[in-house]
Design a protein around this ligand. Structure first.
Ligand SMILES: [Zn+2]
Length: 103
């Protein structure tokens, strides 16, 4: 039985598999362009932090929780997350601007 020795190279593979959550400043409202607004009705109107993403900042497709439709890369849209969550990446939702307005 010949044993193949593997080289250690494969261990770098997982590095980009997940977005690494960044440490965010405690006061997320200090983010450029961030506003605090009333959240969606299905989240009991909790205060949300809202940020507008310009077309240039929209680099990939997202699913909008308002309509379950796609927000395509290159579309200006809204990012919002519960204020008390501290803005963790997994709490953020991308919305069509129109869907957010009728949340
Ligand atoms: Zn939508």
């Amino acid at each position: 039985m010949g044993r193949k020795s593997r080289r250690g190279k494969g261990s770098f593979r997982h590095a980009r598999a997940q977005q690494t959550p960044r440490a965010l400043p405690r006061d997320v409202a200090a983010f450029f362009g961030a506003e605090t607004v009333e959240g969606p009705s299905w989240d009991f109107g909790r205060p949300y932090i809202l940020r507008r993403v310009g077309a240039a900042g929209a680099k990939k497709n997202y699913v909008c929780p308002g309509c379950n439709g796609t927000i395509f890369a290159g579309m200006a849209h809204i990012v919002a997350w519960p204020q008390e969550g501290g803005g963790r990446v997994e709490e953020r939702r991308h919305w069509h601007t129109r869907c957010w307005e009728r949340r």
